[in-house]
Design a protein around this ligand. Structure first.
Ligand code: GAL
Length: 427
């Protein structure tokens, strides 16, 4: 029996410190202040959902919906507010959050880096600084030393592909670059950060006799040619697919910075750095190559979310199948969700996507868990508070949480699936 056969199914919600905790000082809060025009509704993360203080009541909400897993992130800028100085009190806070999870039968899934950086690091080049893998590993080691006795599931970096593209190619996010060479550099650096942190997590856990399962959270967004008869569309979709969806996974499999990001250089710790595969999935897109470059649009013929993403649960199922067929790693859905303020789409979205997970499991694919993004409406990066992913709506003045009807759908399905031990028959 493989180790993952013994894992009770985890179902819960995901969020990230910057989007929910409130009152942070990091590269994003500086960006929100200095570039108000970059945020769709000109909002600032500010107090966010005040989850920093209200985590217990929110974990009660999750537990009441039969959730047994909570993915959240540790905020690097709290833990290491000055370079090389670890704030033990900050780690103590996260220990309390984890203890509160455990008291409620909720499995914590802990992300070490979810898009934000301490200001001191941003000032000296952010993820492009040459020593960032070392700095990240040092911070990761401090987190595991403080929390590794009560955390098993670790996520090193959230969505390296999204971060590289949004920050260095499209320039929506700090440091707002539009540079292909810097995007390439960012991909390489994030692979090095993931590798260095994985070594650190495993090392500290092993020295203490703790179990640690490590992955990064990989955003999978399949690209298909807008016109499959046009070789230019086919080629554009295939190259985007390679870079965005496959490159990082192939780097972890081979341990090398493969073209076009590198020339095959080996990165210490990268090979075999995944114990499981964290998958974030929202949508797929169509690509049309024009003289001005690749036009990327939502796939035609599907309902669209509040942020114009096509909803296709069968695509989600195919992502799970092909990830397993290609990498043979147990899968944890670290994010899947829908922006839908009126909650017209979410109940069916949950039904359809969780049924896809059930079918995948019944077909022998070891999907270990599913984290819905998100329990609460939260600060959606450059979209500010204009996107509504929550099972609970959050009133921006009172911060009162109100369940949407889909919370009931989630609760019903989670009640059936939480803790399930389907014997996983390898395909
Ligand atoms: C993901 C990201 C989350 C959240 C979500 C919803 O790409 O990891 O932080 O923003 O999208 O858009």
């Amino acid at each position: 029996m493989e180790w993952f056969d013994a894992v009770p199914f985890m179902i819960g919600c995901a969020d990230a410190a910057h989007q929910v905790e409130g009152n942070l000082v990091n590269d994003w809060t500086v960006f929100e202040e200095t570039h108000p025009e970059a945020i769709a509704d000109r909002s600032r993360s500010g107090i966010a959902c005040d989850t920093y203080h209200r985590y217990e009541e929110d974990l009660d909400r999750l537990a009441a919906l039969h959730g047994n897993a909570y993915r959240f992130s540790i905020e690097w800028s709290r833990v290491e507010p000055h370079e090389g100085v670890i704030d033990a009190k900050a780690l103590e806070h996260y220990r309390k959050v984890i203890a509160a999870c455990r008291e409620r039968g909720i499995e914590p899934i802990v992300t070490l880096h979810h898009f934000t950086l301490p200001v001191w690091l941003a000032h000296r080049g952010g993820i492009l600084a040459s020593d960032v893998p070392y700095a990240f590993a040092r911070y990761a080691a401090a987190c595991v030393a403080a929390l590794g006795d009560i955390v098993t599931w670790w996520v090193t970096v959230n969505e390296p592909n999204v971060l590289a593209v949004m920050s260095y190619l499209y320039g929506y996010w700090p440091p707002q670059e539009h540079s292909l060479p810097k995007t390439v550099h960012a991909f390489a650096q994030l692979a090095r950060m993931h590798a260095a942190a994985t070594v650190a997590v495993r090392d500290v856990a092993a020295r203490n006799g703790w179990t640690a399962h490590v992955s990064f959270a990989h955003h999978v967004r399949p690209f298909q040619p807008a016109n499959p008869m046009l070789p230019s569309d086919v080629a554009a979709a295939a190259s985007m697919d390679w870079l965005f969806n496959s490159w990082m996974l192939e780097a972890c499999r081979t341990g090398r910075l493969l073209p076009p990001i590198g020339r095959g250089e080996e990165v210490y710790g990268l090979r075999g750095s995944l114990d499981y595969l964290g998958i974030n999935h929202y949508t797929g897109e169509e690509v049309h190559l024009t003289l001005r470059g690749a036009e990327v649009k939502p796939r035609r013929g599907y309902p669209l979310t509040e942020n114009s993403l096509a909803i296709d649960p069968l695509l989600f199922e195919s992502v799970l199948i092909s990830a397993w067929d290609t990498y043979h790693l147990p899968i944890l859905v670290t994010e899947n969700g829908v922006a839908d303020r009126t909650d017209d789409l979410r109940p069916a979205f949950l039904e359809d996507h969780l049924h896809a997970v059930q079918r995948a499991r019944a077909n022998g694919i070891p999907v270990l868990g599913y984290c819905y993004w998100s329990l609460l409406d939260n600060f959606e990066w450059h979209e500010g508070y204009s996107m509504h992913f929550g099972l609970f709506a959050v009133d921006r003045t009172s911060l009162e949480r109100t369940p949407r009807p889909s919370a009931e759908t989630f609760s019903r399905i989670a009640g059936e699936m939480a803790g399930e031990r389907v014997p996983i028959v390898p395909r």
